[in-house]
Ligand binder design. Sequence first.
Ligand code: SF4
Length: 686
Amino acid sequence: MTDSVLEKNAVVRGLCPHDCPDTCALLTTVEDGRAVKVLGNPDHKHTQGVLCTKVSRYTERTYSPDRLMHPLKRIGPKGAGQFVQVSWDEAIQDIAAKLTSISAENPEAVLPYSYAGTMGWVQGEAMASRFFHKMGASLLDRTICASAGGEGLVYTLGGKFGMKTEFFSESKLIVIWGSNSITSNVHFWRRAQEAKRNGAKLICIDPRHSETAEKCHVHLPIKPGTDAALAFAIMRELVVNQWLDQDYIDKYTLGWDALRERAMTWTLARAAEVCGVDEALIKSLAKDWGTTPKAAIRLNYGMQRVKGGANAVRAIACLPALTGAWRDKAGGLLLSSSSNFNVNKQDLHRPDLLGARRPRMLNMATIGNDLNHPGDAAWGPAVKALVVYNSNPVAIAPQSGKVVQGFAREDLFTVVMEHFQTDTADYADYVLPATTQLEHWDVQGSYGHTDLLLNRPAIAPVGQAKSNSEIFRLLAKAMGYTEPCFSEDDLSMCRTAVGPKVNFQTLLDVGFVSMPVADAPFAEGGFATPSGRCEFVSDRLASQGLDPLPDHIPNYEVPEAGHRYPLAMISPPARNFLNSSFVNVESLRAIEKEPLLEICSEDAAVRGIATGDTVKVFNDRGEYHCKADVTTRARPGVVNGLGIWWRKMGLNGTNVNEVTSQLLTDLGRAPVFYDCQVEVALLKKA
Ligand code: SF4
């Protein structure tokens, strides 16, 4: 095919844009202008020709009868979902007029809201950033998922760097920490299986006895928010048993004496008490970590959704340096590989369009509070216009009762770009139909491997859908923004995004290129920190008045004796959903059936709850209803509220985020979804 013309019959190379570390390469078969099949590209070594269940049904999603086909304008009360079809011209002109009038008074009253509904660099924050920078709108702190862990890595390793995922298949010990890889990192799981077949031991650390935990040799079901305590106990065992690589520590780390002193306070007994697991399990884990060559940790973001999330990542990220695991390409740690990619943000996002203005930044995790803020001199103006793309905040933001209250404001002008009529779209003044990945250009790196991929459009936009970038181009034109960057097309923006160092022709010809990353990036130090060492002690943290060492920071919400909310709740995604994406795909929802709360038999028995009963989960923030599953997947004292259901598809028009809080993590200003105490009560017997 040529570079910009769609063919009626073709197999088209693309990439999966969903919020998943695997970033698969796609092959879409098009027959007579219609996508009939989406498969994994067998030539891409990380995809290996395999897609997850969710995306292998992409044509069902693309051609769903529920797909938004044309612009809609609200005619009923907010949230009622009553809309009338309007033309693109009418929608763009009216939205531009409203945004012009609100921004003329104070541009910071306009707020963009977006995240990783698509992770593409062009359909994400490219034309959108240019548009909001030109306007001088409030900035959005995009923290909802990974910023605590990201900060933890940055202060320890110097960036979001780590092992190459392909070398896990050569590891002899794999600690899967805070991840249900079978659900959320399936291509890594294939590597782990390969390692297992070659004799590797697999250990899972997760409060939930997940599908992944079930298939590992050992499972440590620690309490939520106790990961740093576990890491410190491992460190102490390494010291006591002389399992340290002193040469590596001396040459390539900073601050071991101070870290050792703190670690020595974490006896096995203390850690066992805090983590809620047997001493013997911790001792055995430490021995495996200290004595197995090619020992690797696959850390994931679940464990950092608590008050001390960033500190926990810091503590865990110290472990490979203590044993010199980084010396081998099959040893070390991987949380995220995203710092290996250099997005050309200067040219793509155009922060220079701000000029001398420095708009305030609002945190996407506290959108519930922020939409209800009346505005004042210190905080700035009340939010009067909200433009949502690549996100479904009414379903995914914490404390959703507050979020709904904010979105329901009649004086808030809301625009939502979407594929489907989501919970958030129900509160829009205008809903604009957006293209899916099969219908537009994009380019993207990965946070689980080190390849950059290009996405070609395979089919023409369905209905009247337009790409996000095209919508922002039209709005910019209607608002009189005349800079040439507002006319740049999507293919050109793909080139801009990757910058001159990447061979774009290879991306066009092959669909992906590998970043030049060393196989064992820290074998001889070379950390990206200011000292060039793995920083156990961080001067950068000290200079902010923060503890320069990692520490165990207990959760905000802890179960106390006689407490009204004695159960800790975590809310991992249901297996066939990806955050709130795919909940509306009928065949996937049919597998998940109904919102579930996993609860162990002891906790269920004292509440008279059996599998299939309808229960309410509640705390001071709100309540949601779901079906109980009495199961060994839940440990005593912890319930698992599987998410993230659309509220309107739940049992009582709410979902699990009704009870989560808007408090933030120690570093990274991220939400604490898994730092949440609740009570559960029977509503109705099955
Ligand atoms: S969601 Fe993840 S595993 Fe599934 S196709 Fe996309 S990148 Fe691959």
